[in-house]
Write a protein that binds this ligand. Structure first.
Ligand SMILES: [Zn+2]
Length: 364
């Protein structure tokens, strides 16, 4: 629950009502708990308040009573309005995420289910249900270790080229939901291996996951980049020689599987300043700012995210994550209270339109 706006004191002063703003919150929304704490604080400091000083002692008792009643009223009033506004905004964000997921994994996600407690699941073609949002308040560490789908899509991936390293803990796309990856690309080493295809990159092949068009998009991206690299030495040096695709391993220093283990990530040409564990912030930033943005654009156009847009930078790393790119493409703007949750242009495509209608039916 959350409140919005400022706390006001309503007092009847010499026969007329007056309003006194006593608390302007830093953020647009503040928590219910915070509102109560502020109320108590304001009440305690009432003696020093100008309003209070102008009253005679007889009035003080009456004002005190009114003050408390008014604050309670305002809190309840605010809560009602803002919980609704928040619900509305949250609902829009939920629908956008679900649409991006359905568009990103069209053959794997068959339905959306909402259970009696209001928990939302995506249903996979195997009948498995994957929870969209566990509704838990988690620390960043907890999110990294146990990301639900909502967590993985929370930070909006920017499509523009960065002007410097991303701010602390801004790592859009670095959180992964392993239930989804295992369903789409293979749940064990041998099942991932069975799904690997040879992605033709013009002068040879790379092993990449054949499911959900991953290998096809890699091959298209590299061919395009290779063509562009012919007239551009900076691109050529960033592209070749590639440093690896499929590798069934954990992320270094963790017990979480790397996206390379699913055959959906590629490391392009390596530089000693590419990785946050190898290089200082200064070195990483220097490398980032000289990196060819045309190369990043090509990969993003083929639904790959780039590790250069993470605070935990991984500049040679590209990862096939269509849901993150689709969200960046269509839903990068602020969610307005009074507008529809989807971009009107999306209705031009009949399949997308059907999905929008379906989501509207399932999520009220
Ligand atoms: Zn990598």
């Amino acid at each position: 629950m959350a409140c919005k706006g400022s706390l006001l004191i309503v007092a009847r002063e010499r026969g007329r009502f007056s309003w006194h703003k006593v608390y302007e919150p830093q953020s647009y929304y503040f928590s219910y708990k915070e509102a109560i704490a502020v109320t108590v604080e304001v009440y305690k400091s009432l003696k020093e308040d100008l309003l209070y000083e102008r009253m005679n002692t007889k009035m003080i008792f009456r004002i005190k009573k009114r003050f408390i009643m008014c604050l309670i009223f305002i809190l309840i009033f605010n809560l009602n309005i803002t919980t609704k506004a928040l619900e509305n905004k949250n609902n829009k964000a939920i629908k956008q995420d679900l649409l991006c997921l359905m568009l990103a994994y069209p053959e794997d996600i068959t339905d959306i289910k909402v259970n009696d407690n209001g928990l939302i699941y995506i249903k996979m073609k195997s009948q498995k249900l994957i929870l969209y949002d566990d509704k838990k308040t988690k620390t960043i560490e907890e999110k990294i270790n146990n990301a639900d789908l909502q967590d993985t899509m929370e930070q909006l991936y920017p499509l523009s080229f960065p002007k410097g390293l991303m701010e602390k803990n801004f790592d859009p796309g670095r959180l992964r939901n392993y239930e989804l990856l295992k369903e789409v690309y293979g749940s064990t080493k041998s099942s991932v291996e069975a799904n690997l295809k040879k992605a033709n990159i013009g002068y040879g092949n790379l092993q990449f996951n054949g499911n959900n068009n991953a290998a096809k998009e890699l091959s298209a991206a590299i061919k395009e980049a290779a063509t562009m690299s012919k007239g551009n030495e900076n691109i050529r040096r960033a592209l070749f020689p590639t440093s690896g695709t499929f590798n069934y391993r954990n992320i270094s220093g963790t017990n979480r599987l790397s996206p390379h283990a699913f055959g959906i990530a590629i490391d392009l040409a390596s530089n000693k300043n590419d990785y946050w564990k190898w290089a200082s912030v200064k070195e990483g930033e220097k490398r980032l700012l000289t990196y060819p943005k045309e190369l990043v654009n090509i990969f993003e156009n083929h639904n790959f995210i780039w590790g250069g847009k993470w605070n935990h930078f991984d500049i040679l790393h590209y990862e096939y994550r269509p849901e993150i790119i689709i969200k960046a493409r269509y839903f990068s703007g602020k969610i307005e209270d009074d507008s529809v949750w989807y971009k009107k242009i999306l209705l031009d495509n009949i399949e997308v339109k059907e999905k929008i209608e379906y989501i509207n039916k399932v999520i009220n």
